[in-house]
Design a binder for this molecule. Structure first.
Ligand code: ACM
Length: 520
């Protein structure tokens, strides 16, 4: 595809030379191509004679239903252009138009983007689609569009032509572990802004683990007062009040991202067990834990108080979570017998349903024959798990996060200053070169819900660290989740990835300059 586009633009460049005097506006030309975008669009038809140049008189046209996306777009473009870019309900001249209405082929998350010399029109059936189109437009502009101050000498040219684009999978997620190290609401919001530009539409927050409980539960206040008071390494930890969590949910929604909260259970529960002695089988609260071992804690499966507690937790969490999914963990329950695990999940899954939600869980949950609405999240490394395949055969959709590909907390190589390596070293090409439709034996394309890039936080403490592990790998996972498999090609991907470097520099993102990419 890339070569076809290159030929087209060469042809276009020749035309530009021939017509430069007759059509001065065409001389605005850009070296950018319509496919120089991550995730690569489904279909692009370039028209090199139809480049558009943003100017001080450009307006953003949007009706009331598209206003939120228009305001977001204006907020992106104003700092670096210095243009007013007012949002108006109708206008002629130089325009960026956001048009919400029936749009063929693109479904409920896709969009059409048409650029000619007068402007850009993004059309979609939904505001999610418009927002996705805005992310594409952003990448079609020069990298300096991301600068936070006015770039006086920049030429804000968008390449001419049409894009029709829609995702391969509806679920394209990132996960942030706020339990091993706590991240403040502002730190999470920055990550939300960063992942939104790659059309990620789910943020899974790992809110409770052995080292910390991070969400206020009003009926069990010691969970946060005590259980939230530390983290890996013994730092002060922290937690979100329900109001702060609701604000995070709303902020994510403004970036067209749904928050999926996780309370891991029955293992990974030391912070809760330490907060309430009665949750322990022996009635004795263990001390808080600040190490990085796994698999040593378990809720007491035989006690009624365990399910009273979980009913309260799930009820309060469901009430402040508008998304349909609650993640109940279920991984590495090595301190729970298999029989107890079955009993436990058999009691907890109905509580999730009682509060109107569907469950997500790590792939171990597939072993309990959960309802078909439950989404097992595959995190193994060997591409096979009989229980996951059996769940898929029963109708459960599987979320793909194979740890040796999609775990963006793994080190890139033995010298990486951050990250773990229990699943291997995961260089940029490793994280990009896989196919969700063949990642797990017995699970095919139509049984896949989507992909997710988990970022565990044993070794990271701030946004600088988050960025180093997430970028560039998150961009590759996002492309795998959005773009058709027919476009998958490391050699052309690494060229498009190189183009992201100046963007990340302009955004202040601390990315890993992998030697596998010829960074610009
Ligand atoms: C996991 O990495 N324990 C899901």
């Amino acid at each position: 595809m890339r070569r076809r586009v290159s030929l087209a633009s060469l042809f276009g460049a020749a035309l530009l030379v021939l017509t430069a005097f007759a059509q001065p506006a065409s001389a605005e030309g850009t070296s950018k191509q319509l496919t120089d975008v991550i995730p690569i669009p489904v279909d692009a038809k370039p028209n090199p004679r139809a480049d558009f140049r943003l100017d001080p008189a450009t307006v953003i046209v949007a009706d009331r239903n598209a206003r939120q996306v228009a305001d977001y777009l204006g907020g992106l473009l104003r700092p670096s252009t210095g243009y007013r870019l007012p949002v108006v309900s109708r206008g002629g001249g130089s325009t960026i138009e956001l048009d919400l209405g029936p749009t063929a082929k693109v479904g409920d998350q896709g969009y059409r983007l048409d650029t000619d010399r007068h402007g850009v029109t993004i059309r979609a059936n939904t505001t999610d689609g418009l927002f996705a189109g805005v992310q594409t437009l952003r990448q079609l502009l020069p990298a300096s569009i991301e600068a936070k101050s006015v770039q006086r000498h920049a030429r804000w040219v968008v390449p001419g032509g049409s894009i029709t684009d829609y995702p391969r999978f509806g679920y394209r997620g990132a996960m942030l572990d706020v339990a091993r190290h706590f991240f403040t609401p502002d730190q999470v919001k920055l990550y939300i802004d960063q992942i939104a530009q790659y059309k990620i539409n789910r943020l899974h927050l790992h809110l409770a683990d052995d080292q910390g409980w991070r969400i206020q539960i009003k009926s069990w206040p010691n969970l946060t007062a005590h259980g939230g008071s530390t983290e890996v390494g013994g730092g002060a930890g922290g937690y979100y009040t329900q109001d702060q969590y609701k604000d995070l949910v709303a902020y994510a929604a403004s970036r067209h991202i749904t928050i999926i909260p996780e309370i891991d259970m029955p293992g990974h529960t030391n912070a809760a067990l330490s907060s309430y002695a009665e949750l322990n089988c022996d009635g004795v609260a263990p001390p808080l834990y600040t190490g990085t071992d796994v698999g040593f804690s378990s809720f007491c499966v035989d006690k009624d108080i365990t399910y009273k507690f979980l009913d309260d937790v799930i009820r309060e969490l469901a009430a402040i979570t508008p998304g349909k999914y609650l993640h109940i963990g279920g991984d590495e329950a090595h301190a729970t017998t298999p029989a107890d695990y079955q009993t436990f999940m058999g009691k907890v899954l109905p509580i999730v349903a009682k509060y109107g939600k569907f469950a997500e869980g790590w792939n171990e949950i597939a072993s309990v024959n959960p309802p078909v609405t439950t989404v097992p999240q595959f995190w193994d490394t060997d591409g096979q798990d009989a229980a996951t395949a059996a769940a898929a055969a029963r109708g459960n959709k599987i979320l793909m996060s194979p740890a040796n590909k999609a775990y963006i907390d793994q080190q890139y190589n033995p010298d990486s200053p951050l990250g773990l390596h229990w699943a291997g070293y995961v260089e940029v090409q490793d994280s990009y070169d896989w196919d969700p439709a063949t990642a797990v034996q017995g699970v095919s394309e139509n049984q896949v819900a989507g992909v997710e890039a988990p970022l565990w936080s044993e070794t990271i403490t701030d946004n600088h660290d988050i960025e180093y592990l997430a970028f560039p790998r998150l961009a590759g996972i996002a492309e795998i989740g959005w773009s058709p498999q027919s476009t998958h090609d490391w050699n052309t991907y690494r060229e498009r990835l190189a183009d992201q470097g100046p963007r990340w520099d302009a955004e202040g993102i601390n990315f890993y300059r992998s030697p596998q990419v010829d960074w610009k």
